[in-house]
Ligand binder design. Structure first.
Ligand code: DX5
Ligand code: ZN
Length: 215
């Protein structure tokens, strides 16, 4: 299976999101990644479920929602209603992660868990049988355009090993600092999904970029 490419709207022109999802669909990428920031869990703000709902008819792609918020259980239902395919939240932001993963699946959505660079894989190990996706942050969340922290890719390798040992089937996603150079490292480590923000929107030849990212 080819790697899934998920361009992030965080790097789009915020005055033209409909144009941005049209560009993503036309590029041959697979998913639209929506970064939800609350100014609390991360020191930045983006947008909420209304934007996702309003964009839904403008795109045929899966909406991959990444909640970088405190108390994600308050927002997950609204994003399910807005047409998210995957809803991923941070293990560091939710005490009852297991309960929320179940709630997301009960809403008929794929459930994802994410960890920031300072969180080890073992912190989420007990949750792995209950997730559809693990999002490994390869930068500290909050801003696009940062440099990938290569040590974070070791976590991808660990997750691949655990997935094999336990015969699980979750996808492994990497997010932060992905570009043509680092995409190869992420693929080699075993990533199934590449989230790409600034490097995608900075590129004029988006479909050839997507092809090259797939390796
Ligand atoms: C960072 C976000 C990322 C961001 C990646 O907090 O979670 O999804 O859009 O942007 P780049 O690809 O520019 O690092
Ligand atoms: Zn993200």
């Amino acid at each position: 299976m080819s790697v899934i490419i998920a361009p992030s709207l965080l790097a789009a022109d915020f005055s033209n999101f409909a144009g941005a999802v049209a560009e993503i669909d036309a590029s041959g990428a697979d998913w639209v990644h929506l970064d939800i920031m609350d100014g609390q869990f991360v020191p930045n703000l983006t947008f909420g479920p209304k934007l996702a709902a309003d964009l839904r008819p403008h795109s045929a792609s899966v909406f991959d929602v990444h909640l970088m918020v405190r108390e994600p259980e308050n927002l997950a239902p609204a994003f399910a209603q807005a047409g998210a395919g995957y809803i991923t939240f941070h293990a560091e932001a939710s005490l009852h992660s297991h309960r929320l993963l179940g709630a997301i699946r009960n809403l008929g959505k794929k459930a994802g868990i994410s960890i920031i660079p300072s969180t080890a894989v073992y912190y989420i190990e007990e949750l792995l049988p209950f997730v559809d996706l693990v999002l490994v942050m390869t930068v500290n969340p909050g801003f696009g355009g940062q440099v990938l922290i290569p040590q974070c890719l070791e976590k991808v390798k660990k997750l691949v090993k655990i997935r094999e040992e336990q015969k699980l089937s979750f996808l492994i996603s990497v997010d932060g600092g992905i570009n043509e150079q680092t995409a190869g490292l992420a693929r080699q480590a075993g990533a199934d999904v590449l989230v790409i923000g600034s490097a995608f929107f900075a590129e004029t030849g988006k479909s050839t970029l997507v092809t090259r990212l797939r390796g």
